[in-house]
Design a protein around this ligand. Structure first.
Ligand SMILES: [Zn+2]
Length: 539
């Protein structure tokens, strides 16, 4: 590590004040891609063709070469499932029937590619956090047979309320076990017919509105042989107050059961009620596209440094004040702006020893599908992919004194990036809300899961102009009023100096990796270390 740090300091010194990142590029790209003409960039719609064409044009102009064997794009096979005729989710057999209406009280969907789903009189079991983690001595499914049953699951992981980031499930920091994706994976492994997560705004880190908008309307998933028949028939969420109503009807104390679910001796509890729900699906198979550009290396072109950002957003969505286009200006037209700006900066500096790949992925909003497809079908082998940086929603509020490493404590990239943060005159601060599980919520996770060290950073809240309070207020305003809403629109008054500073850091780190010979790894304690060691040992 030591010699890497010294080299980084030397390089950071020369990279300082290089002013290679263009704020104008980021503004142009963000303004263009978030205009109404792009209709919110939903994958597989006509807006996709327009978006891809624009990104290719910008990559080409920046000086990149087509990155997929002479082609600019990689096909990502997707299947789109749209639910209709959704009946209420009814729990019967308790003191009184409990009925949950679609959208208002619950959302429901399926990974299975089938025209109709019907779950009838399925026994309901409360499985706490729904976690089976043998390495932590925790199994909510111990001694339980949930085949054909409906499991009710709490969001996040057992120690999310802890003030520390230490503990069986890393304290308030969210582990992968806290993510809904994991909970449905595990429920399917256990053979559950249906898996319903109880929504709770704080541990989920987003409100019911976000669940509602992202779980209704056309749903995309990977189109794979087998049509996902190994998954549960039904997956979904229910509102917290409805869960309380359900437990009351079943004669159970919700709060007491939630408290016991946080303890290691927790045993799953059959609720003695039965669940029924049904609906129809329309199915459309269609490919979407990732865009791949490359700046080929001079000495070791087969070794690759990766930058990624997702180009997609939600498309047409629930109208607010008559506006039904979710433009996704910050999320993530800005990240594509950053990708183009980094491409320009690297191209301007000339080819490095290793190749630098710029990847604009599709269907992040549908569950990281584009990045997952690339990671599972890489154009450049992952074992030869040195590491990378992902960008999702750049800072448009101005320069900050601080810089946050999301999901810190995982890889040696965190050591390598330090000098570049220092050159910007900034300090690295802990993540404000590690319990939100930010590291598992964007495309870097698709690569990390398969072993590639990926850095995901963001500006902190401490604005150079305005300080911490103003920064926090602006960030909260974005989360509450714009995030995943039609109000995430371009604003000519945005201050891009913070994004430029963040990208100077990403440029410095990427350039150093591309000019060097280092193979930064995950720390020994990180969940992705074993898969990386295995992947690299094949070399
Ligand atoms: Zn995003």
């Amino acid at each position: 590590m030591r010699h890497l740090l010294t080299a980084a300091l030397l390089l950071a010194g020369t990279a300082a004040n290089a002013q290679t990142i263009s704020a104008d590029t980021m503004k142009e790209v963000t303004k263009e891609l978030s205009s109404d003409a792009y209709e919110g960039r939903a994958p597989t719609t006509p807006a996709e063709d327009k978006t891809i064409a624009y990104i290719v044009q910008r990559f080409e102009k920046a000086g990149l070469k087509p990155g997929n064997k002479g082609k600019w794009t990689q096909d990502v096979p997707l299947v789109e499932i749209t639910a209709s005729n959704v009946q209420p989710l009814v729990f019967s057999g308790g003191k009184a029937p409990v009925s949950l209406d679609y959208r208002k009280d619950m959302v429901i969907a399926t990974y299975r590619v089938v025209p109709k789903v019907a779950v009838k009189d399925s026994d309901v079991v409360f499985v706490g956090y729904g976690i089976n983690a043998p390495e932590r001595g925790w199994n909510d499914y111990a001694g339980l047979d949930v085949k054909g049953k409906t499991v009710v699951i709490l969001v996040n992981d057992p120690d999310y309320k802890s003030p520390e980031t230490k503990g069986l499930f890393e304290g308030k920091a969210m582990t992968y076990y806290g993510r809904w994706v994991y909970k449905y994976e595990e429920a399917a492994r256990q053979g559950a017919a249906a898996a319903i997560i109880v929504h709770d705004t704080y541990p989920a880190a987003y409100g019911w509105g976000v669940v509602q908008s992202s779980w209704t309307g056309p749903q995309l998933e990977q189109d794979t042989p087998g049509d996902h028949m190994d998954q549960s028939q039904a997956i979904g969420w229910m509102q917290l107050d409805k869960a309380k109503e359900l437990f009351a009807a079943a004669g159970k104390d919700f709060d007491a059961l939630v408290a016991s679910a946080g303890k290691q001796d927790f045993k799953a509890v059959p609720l003695g009620v039965k669940a029924s729900v049904s609906w129809d699906n329309s199915i459309k198979r269609q490919a979407s596209k990732n865009v791949v550009g490359i700046l080929p290396g001079t000495a070791k072109p087969d070794e690759v440094v990766l930058y990624s950002a997702h180009w997609d957003h939600l498309g047409r969505c629930d109208a607010v004040n008559g506006d039904d286009i979710c433009n996704g200006a910050v999320d993530n037209a800005s990240g594509i702006g950053g990708l183009v700006a980094l491409a320009e900066a690297h191209a301007k500096a000339g080819p490095a020893k290793r190749s630098v790949v710029f990847l604009a992925v599709t269907a992040e909003e549908s569950g990281l599908l584009g990045s997952k497809f690339y990671a599972e079908n890489p154009v450049y082998p992952l074992a030869k992919t040195v590491g990378g940086v992902n960008m999702d929603s750049l800072n448009v509020l101005g320069k900050t004194k601080d810089f946050t490493l999301v999901g810190a404590g995982k890889s040696e990239l965190e050591d390598l990036v330090k000098p570049f943060v220092a050159v910007e005159g900034r300090v690295i601060v802990p993540e404000e809300r590690p319990e939100a599980g930010g590291y598992y919520r964007s495309d870097h996770f698709s690569f990390a899961k398969l072993g590639v060290p990926m850095l995901y950073g963001e500006s902190g809240d401490d604005l150079v102009n305005g300080g911490k309070e103003a920064g926090k207020k602006a960030a909260e305003d974005y989360t509450r009023n714009r995030y995943h809403k039609p109000q995430d629109e371009y604003d000519a008054n945005w201050d891009w100096s913070g994004a430029v500073s963040d990208l100077n850091i990403y440029y410095g780190l990427g350039r150093q990796l591309a000019e060097g010979a280092a193979w930064p790894n995950w720390y020994k304690t990180a969940e992705f270390r074993a898969v990386r060691d295995k992947s690299r040992s094949g070399q």
